[in-house]
Structures are given as C-alpha cells and as structure tokens.
Design a binder for this molecule. Structure first.
Ligand SMILES: Nc1ncnc2c1ncn2[C@@H]1O[C@H](COP(=O)(O)OP(=O)(O)OP(=O)(O)O)[C@@H](O)[C@H]1O
Length: 353
C-alpha cells in the first residue's frame, strides 16, 4: 500500500459569486502527505490554507483536479463511503467548536453515538480524556475550562473515531504562547504514540518549527515552496518563506536594536555586516576561529541565535567582518562551501531611530 495518506493532484478551487470577481482560492496544487508526517501548511490569512485542507474531507469540493485520501479518490465515493472515510479524518479548530450545554465527556462521546454500546463509549471517553490529560474534568462544562483545556477536549473528540489523519486548522491561534507550545507537544506525542498523520495549517512559523517534519508555504492559492523542515530553514528560496522564518527569531526587532550599535553606525571601508545562517554542524572547524586563523578576518558577533529543529541546531549570527576586501571574499567563499548561507545585511540607520 502506498505511504501517501493525502494526495492532491493539480487541484483548483475557484469561488465564483454573482457579480463578483472569481476567487482562485486554491491554484493548481499538487502535494502529498505521507503516513506519519506532521505536515505544516503555512501562509498569511486568505492564502487558501483552510480551503485546501477542507478538500481532504470534501467539506470543500475541488473545481478541478483529484483528491486521494487513504488510497481512495474522494470524488468517486458514494455518500455512505464518504461518511465512513470522514471518520478516518479528524479535525480540530481555532475556536474549538464545543457544545456549551454538554459536559466534556458528552462532547467527546458525541461522534461515537450509535456506534457501540454505552458502556464501551464511556470506556473509550475515559481513555481519550486520559490521553489528552483531562481525566479529572469529565463532568465539567466547556465554560469552566481554559482555552488550552478546551482544545484538549477538541483533540479528544477528534480522536474518538480513531482517525488516521488529523487536520489542525489554526488550532493554536487563539492560545497564548505557553499553551500553544503545550498543545503542539501533545500533537507531537499523539503522532508518535498513535502513528497519527497530522496536517497543521497555521500562520505561525513557530508552530511549524516546533513539531513539523515537512512544510509547504502558500500564497494566493498556490504552494510556492515546500520541503523538509530542515531544507526549508537551511535554504529558503522565496522571500515569503524567508520572512516567515525570520519571525521565529524576531529579526525585525533584532535588526532595529543592532542598528543602534556603534559598530554598525560607523562601518569602516574594510568592514562588512553579514548574517550567517546554518543548519546542523555546517563546518567541522570552529567557524569564527577559522575566519581569523586562515583568512585573517575578525568577526564581531552582534547577535547570535541557535534554535533546535528536530534536534538539529539552526544558527543565525549577525556579525561585522573586518579585514582586507579580498580576504573577506575568500572567507565568505569558505563559509558558503561549508553550507553556511551568507546574506549581506542592509542597514538603513537613521539618526533619530
Ligand atoms: N465559501 C467561499 N466563498 C467565496 N470565497 C471564499 C470562500 N471560502 C474562502 N473564500 C476565499 O478564498 C480565499 C482563501 O481563503 P481561505 O480561508 O482558504 O484562506 P486561509 O489561508 O485559510 O486564510 P484564513 O486563515 O484567514 O482562513 C480568500 O480570498 C477567501 O475570501
């Protein structure tokens, strides 16, 4: 059996309303999600992420193209087959969509009604609440829970029918950073424990960074870039992808702070301000020492940030290199050969800022 859980082939969704301009919400998307992936789909509001993932359970029908889920062409399924397929596709939402008048246990039990005896349902609900860390809140009502706890209920409910794929539609966007991180950790542990495939749509690259192994960037309906998490962070091609990555280290604020430093305000003729980016151990020699020892170039580090991507270091340094122009060029060539990405940092330093 194929390892592909979801496959989009040249899918388009065009919304055409009377007297309005047609909106090409999904534009020629071909993409596959493999079993065990946590696949991040990142893009700004209106990029088409929700429309794309709603194709997976056919809440949205494509205008053209094919959508295959767990080996079946979704458009060829009968109504009964579609209902049964949808049980294999769980979904969680930004606003949780819980029923306010029912207890937590009843919310989780809801999708199980009529599928098994009541005692079995109770047993399953207890297991699910335990799995999401809410075993002691079964009789509470949604209004009594925090946002993070509500999302845990949403996750337990989504898992009730033992889905093989879970779609997370901005599920952490309404939560504070600490709670977001805890919910993402829970998703990651479910991925590992249950072998659950997850499609995570978000405008937060931080969320992608924390748990995804693959990522696609969407803009105006199209997937403009995709790859493994490490590839995307190490070698982003599109400006939009670079911008998303930069949000994970607050680069704007960093550059603003750096621009005020004397070392930057008075760059000499033999100095160059650059950003060095690397994933993993890019070089087998200590980088800064080698620049000096072999190229006679000194590096003054103004900013350093090392994050972890799937347990691999992702480093960003902003440095002022000092040396003869030819030496700096040779030093930069050495860095690039060692898979360090070098970007000149343009600094519009204004006096009053
Ligand atoms: N049912 C619909 N009818 C008409 N236009 C729609 C419909 N659903 C979405 N659109 C349009 O399609 C485009 C993509 O919307 P979509 O909600 O998929 O984007 P998104 O990336 O998920 O953004 P958000 O996070 O804000 O939901 C937008 O221009 C939106 O206005």
């Amino acid at each position: 059996m194929s390892d592909e859980v979801v496959q989009f082939k040249d899918v388009d969704v065009v919304f055409k309303e009377k007297k309005k301009k047609a909106v090409h919400a999904v534009n020629h998307v071909t993409l596959s999600v493999d079993r065990g992936d946590i696949y991040g789909i990142v893009g700004y509001s209106g990029a088409g992420k929700s429309t794309l993932v709603r194709l997976i359970n056919l809440l949205q029908r494509p205008t053209s193209g094919t959508v295959t889920v767990l080996g079946d062409d979704m458009l060829s399924l009968s109504a009964a087959q579609l209902r049964s397929k949808r049980r294999k596709i769980g979904m969680i939402f930004q606003h949780f969509n819980l029923m306010a008048s029912r207890t937590i246990a009843d919310n989780v039990a809801f999708p199980l009604r009529g599928t098994m005896p009541k005692a079995k349902i109770n047993e399953k609900v207890t297991e699910l609440l335990d799995l999401v860390g809410l075993a002691d809140r079964a009789t509470a009502y949604p209004a009594e829970l925090s946002g993070g706890q509500k999302q845990r209920v949403g996750i337990a409910r989504a898992l009730a029918s033992d889905p093989e794929v879970l779609i997370s539609d901005e599920a952490t966007s309404a939560l504070d950073p600490k709670t977001t991180s805890a919910i993402l950790d829970l998703l990651k542990s479910l991925n590992e424990k249950l072998g659950l495939t997850i499609v995570l749509i978000t405008h937060q690259m931080e969320a992608v960074k924390q748990i995804c192994n693959r990522v696609a960037v969407m803009d105006a309906g199209a997937v403009i870039e995709r790859g493994s998490l490490l590839e995307i962070f190490a070698h982003p091609q599109q400006q939009l992808t670079k911008d998303f990555i930069d949000t994970t280290m607050q680069l704007d604020a960093t550059l603003k702070a750096i621009s005020k430093q004397p070392a930057v305000q008075h760059l000499g003729a033999n100095e160059r301000l650059v950003r060095l980016t690397y994933v993993g151990a890019s070089t087998d020699k200590p980088l800064i020492a080698t620049l000096y020892g072999e190229y006679n170039v000194t590096a003054n580090i103004l900013f350093g940030d090392i994050q972890s991507l799937q347990d691999t270091p992702f480093g960003n340094l902003i440095v002022v290199l000092t040396g003869a122009a030819a030496d700096i060029d040779r030093a930069l060539a050495y860095l690039k050969a060692g898979d360090v990405t070098v970007t000149d940092v343009a600094m519009n330093v204004s006096e009053e800022d």
